[in-house]
Design a protein around this ligand. Structure first.
Ligand SMILES: Cc1cc2nc3c(=O)[nH]c(=O)nc-3n(C[C@H](O)[C@H](O)[C@H](O)COP(=O)(O)O)c2cc1C
Length: 273
């Protein structure tokens, strides 16, 4: 039977229309504590948050994110061979930039290194795909938890992975030390909600839930085409421009995102290919 927790998860949607109203300290503290209580691989606690509320820092952060998104979109346009006469992409502030709080979720092997050194040894986990995977998984658990905690207070939330399009300015702005990396951010705050909330469709359950054994044939061309139609109907219903899922996945899924490896190596993460 659905309960309040399940209702929160089943009604999930990313919300970006923030009112700008500040979040009470005790609410923010409870959200952050929910993140801190999440499980971590081997109790390594390889996650740290940077909670940003200062308007000047938020302004600089969102400007850096806007420039990263523009850079990424321009690169994708050129790579996918979009019209040569298309005007260059100009950085535009993300709608979520009005949120009063941005929480950066960083994978953090700085803290474990303090303990490893105290044990008289050298840390190497950051030089492994295993370490990178552990950090990304723990960051994802944190993201989901912060989002659900925020929504339990009636707030809106949206994940911001766009910080990774050009992570270096964000690393510099927020002072992330060696062996840390900005995996994802989350904007939280009060939001304006339309009268009717419409959830973004998902691919059918048959392509998501595989009982006992994975079925690589689950996503048939017919199912894909039907889902593309369903997504177009969603965009029409909410009155926003949008594309099919087939089109939507092209720019991101056709790139190897070389910037991540370069900046990650600068932060001390190696052997992650
Ligand atoms: C790790 C992660 C990163 C995301 N990054 C962004 C982002 O940078 N900007 C944005 O507007 N939405 C971002 N999203 C939200 C997704 O676009 C959204 O979850 C997806 O379109 C499905 O919509 P829904 O969450 O409303 O169901 C992100 C979601 C996740 C899980």
């Amino acid at each position: 039977m659905p309960n309040e927790t399940i209702r929160i998860f089943h009604s999930h949607l990313s919300e970006r229309d923030f009112t700008g109203e500040p979040i009470a300290d005790e609410v923010l503290d409870a959200i952050v504590e929910s993140g801190r209580r999440t499980p971590t691989h081997r109790h390594g606690q390889q996650i740290s948050l940077v909670v940003v509320r200062n308007p000047d820092t938020l302004g600089r952060l969102w400007q850096a994110i806007a420039e990263g998104i523009a850079k990424d979109q321009q690169e994708a346009r050129e790579r996918l061979g979009l019209p040569a006469d298309a005007a260059p992409v100009v950085p535009r502030l993300h709608p979520a930039s009005k949120a009063p709080v941005f929480i950066l979720i960083a994978v953090d092997f700085h803290k474990t290194s303090v303990a490893v050194q105290a044990g008289g040894r050298e840390q190497h986990v950051q030089e492994s795909l295993e370490g990178w995977t552990v950090g990304a998984v723990d960051a994802g658990i944190t993201l989901g938890t912060l989002s659900a905690a925020a929504r339990s207070f009636g707030l809106g939330a949206v994940a911001i992975g766009a910080i990774r399009h050009d992570p270096q300015p964000i690393i510099d702005l927020l002072g992330l030390p060696k062996w840390t990396y900005p995996v994802v951010g989350i904007s939280i705050g009060a939001v304006n909600r339309p009268e009717k909330l419409v959830r973004k469709p998902r691919l059918p359950l048959s392509t998501y839930r595989h009982d006992e054994r994975y079925d690589p044939e689950a996503l048939t061309p017919e199912i894909l085409a039907a889902f593309d139609e369903e997504l177009l109907a969603y965009w029409r219903e909410i009155g926003k421009p949008g594309t099919t899922w087939t089109e939507r996945v092209q720019p991101y899924s056709t790139s190897v995102h070389p910037e991540t490896k370069i900046v990650a190596a600068r932060q001390g993460f190696t052997n992650i290919e």
